[in-house]
Design a protein around this ligand. Structure first.
Ligand SMILES: [Zn+2]
Length: 595
């Protein structure tokens, strides 16, 4: 059983897709003995270590160790998921696909195709309005003022949505698109208590957001009137083809450059990205909005080993940089931070000083922890005792998340210099602040690594404790929606949460102090105390769902990674490998869904 596709179909597609033909259609292959060779498309190299074996129908790179069959290649090269890969190869081989999931699946596919078609058409419509229509003058003026070239406008397919309530509504009617489908596409909205609709994007400069294959899947619309500084964006809502947390603006254009540079510059806004890209810094992406998700980190990891965050120099931008850290570190990416000197943002900086100056800024970007130490010392005066303690604690927590002893030691020394303390003292405090356990927790039976190897609870785990312990009603939601204890990594957090659920299920909840009394471990007391000292939470239930989704997705990601490791084992059979990869895709499909 392989989910969407039968074994027979997969086999038929594989037989019709000669690996040399398929890979040869992407990159030039050179015959070398019985095999073929090429410069590896997955890592940067000068001499070919990428091999294709026509006899075994597999490829292998001895440089970056990527390897697999024809499905693996297309999946990796095109950045597709497994079903899309199968479809791509089936199309190529002109093999019709039967869908084992029946009409539901076919309908979902049909809707997606329809939405993609509408997005492509409306992109053209808005491009035309920007280029040719009188109403588009305001947008043309704006772009001219911001110094956006006509090449950039064409390349990024910018458009203009006219300043009326029914332009898109009427356009859809003329094109014969059902209003309900237009609504599903996120382009129009229904008036409350009525059958009539109105446009979501009105009087806006339109930035199409593309998937990695360059298909338009959503929009970001920038308002053109009003105050520059508070300019607002309206984005497409989540639709069957658009998931904000999984999309980077610009990635469809920058993916080759990312592979070549082995490094991704992450900026905040579309105009920043366009300015940098046009100035020659093409290894650049922008998440939608400032929230950087675990999914974003995972996508970047497919392309690069290092990320340079280049956020605005203002407070919001710098906070966004710090918040991105957790996901980036968890994914194993190296992180540096480039600070654009105030009052510039990347866009205005590039316009004033040019692409070369920006490249230098990126090259000279400090390692994340150097940046962070600087920032902490700016925010908390290290000459005061209070400042010293804060810097010490925050640095300890941040570097411990890497789980890397060399880094921890290195930054203990750097922190010591800033605090005017001895490195030994800071090292000792670092160790104390991220407490090692004195014994194993008793009731939790897991095969997780011993606690000594487990880093401190993640921010999300802390936040989860905070919501669950402070807002009793969230426990019901978590239990009701099937929160799985295995999504938690930290044994103490697991222990606390499973006990809290157990009490809920038995209907024995009294109050928090009584609950905390159950735990003898000092560490658990401390953990719950710090979790409780968090900021006010306006919408606890929402918060819970967001945290639960992230924790669940991280867990699925980890499971998928383990399966991928198994699938890389060269000794396993092809059907077994395929089965593993299908399981991987099933995990991937489940991710990003609301909790
Ligand atoms: Zn390679």
């Amino acid at each position: 059983m392989t989910g969407f596709f039968s074994e027979a179909t997969l086999e038929q597609i594989r037989a019709a897709s000669d690996i040399v033909d398929v890979i040869g259609s992407y990159i030039p292959l050179k015959k070398s003995g019985a095999n073929f060779q090429a410069l590896c498309p997955f890592h940067k190299e000068k001499t070919p270590s990428f091999n294709v074996n026509p006899h075994l129908q597999i490829f292998k790179c001895f440089g970056c160790q990527k390897g697999g069959n024809v499905f693996t290649f297309v999946k990796e090269y095109e950045g597709l998921d497994f079903p899309e890969t199968v479809r791509r190869l089936a199309d190529r081989a002109k093999i019709p696909l039967e869908f084992e999931q029946g009409p539901g699946e076919q309908q979902a596919r049909h809707i997606k195709e329809k939405l993609l078609q509408i997005h492509e058409q409306i992109t053209q419509r808005w491009q035309h309005a920007l280029a040719n229509e009188a109403a588009g003058q305001i947008a043309r003026d704006y772009l001219a003022k911001r110094g956006v070239s006509s090449e950039a406008i064409t390349l990024f397919r910018l458009g203009y949505a006219p300043e009326v309530w029914d332009d898109t509504v009427n356009w859809g009617k003329n094109k014969g698109h059902e209003p309900a489908v237009m609504e599903k596409a996120g382009l129009i909205l229904r008036k409350e208590g009525s059958e009539s609709y109105y446009d979501r994007f009105r009087g806006r400069l339109m930035f199409p957001i593309c998937d990695e294959q360059g298909r338009v899947i959503g929009f970001s619309g920038r308002i053109l009137s009003g105050d520059e500084k508070t300019a607002k964006y309206v984005n497409s809502p989540e639709t069957p083809i658009f998931t904000k947390s999984k999309v980077f603006f610009g990635l469809d254009k920058s993916k080759r450059a990312l592979l070549e540079a082995e490094c991704a510059v992450v900026c905040e806004g579309q105009l920043d990205l366009i300015a940098c890209y046009m100035a020659g810094v093409q290894n650049i992406v922008a998440p939608q909005g400032t929230a950087f998700t675990a999914e974003h980190a995972r996508i970047l990891k497919r392309y690069v080993e290092e990320v340079v965050l280049c956020f605005d120099s203002d407070e919001a931008g710098q906070n966004a940089a710090v918040r991105s850290l957790e996901h980036l570190l968890a994914s194993g990416l190296a992180v540096r931070v480039a600070v654009v000197p105030a009052p510039h943002d990347p866009d205005s900086f590039v316009k004033e000083f040019g692409g070369e100056a920006f490249k230098q800024l990126i090259e000279q970007a400090a390692g994340f922890f150097d940046y962070y130490l600087n920032r902490l010392c700016t925010l908390h005066d290290p000459k005061t005792d209070r400042g010293k303690l804060t810097v010490l604690r925050e640095m300890a927590e941040a570097v411990h998340r890497t789980g890397n002893a060399v880094l921890i030691d290195n930054y203990a020394r750097k922190t010591a210099v800033r605090l005017g303390a001895s490195p030994e003292a800071v090292s000792a405090e670092f160790k104390k602040l991220v407490r090692k356990p004195t014994r194993q927790p008793q009731e939790v039976t897991t095969d997780k690594p011993a606690l000594a190897e487990v880093p401190a609870p993640s921010d999300q785990e802390r936040a989860l404790l905070c919501v669950l312990l402070r807002f009793d009603e969230t426990v019901q939601v978590a239990v009701g929606r099937g929160f799985d204890i295995n999504w938690l990594r930290h044994p103490w957090v697991q222990k606390i949460v499973s006990r809290r659920f157990e009490i809920h299920n038995k209907g024995e909840w009294r109050n928090l102090p009584a609950f905390l009394e159950e735990f003898s471990e000092v560490e658990i007391q401390e953990l719950t105390q710090t979790a409780m000292n968090q900021v006010p939470i306006p919408d606890p239930q929402r918060q819970l769902c967001d945290i639960a989704r992230d924790l669940r997705d991280q867990y699925f990601e980890q499971q998928a990674d383990e399966l991928i490791q198994q699938a890389r084992d060269p000794t396993i059979s092809e059907p077994k490998r395929e089965a593993l990869l299908v399981q991987v895709d099933e995990f991937e499909a489940k991710r990003g869904q609301p909790f």
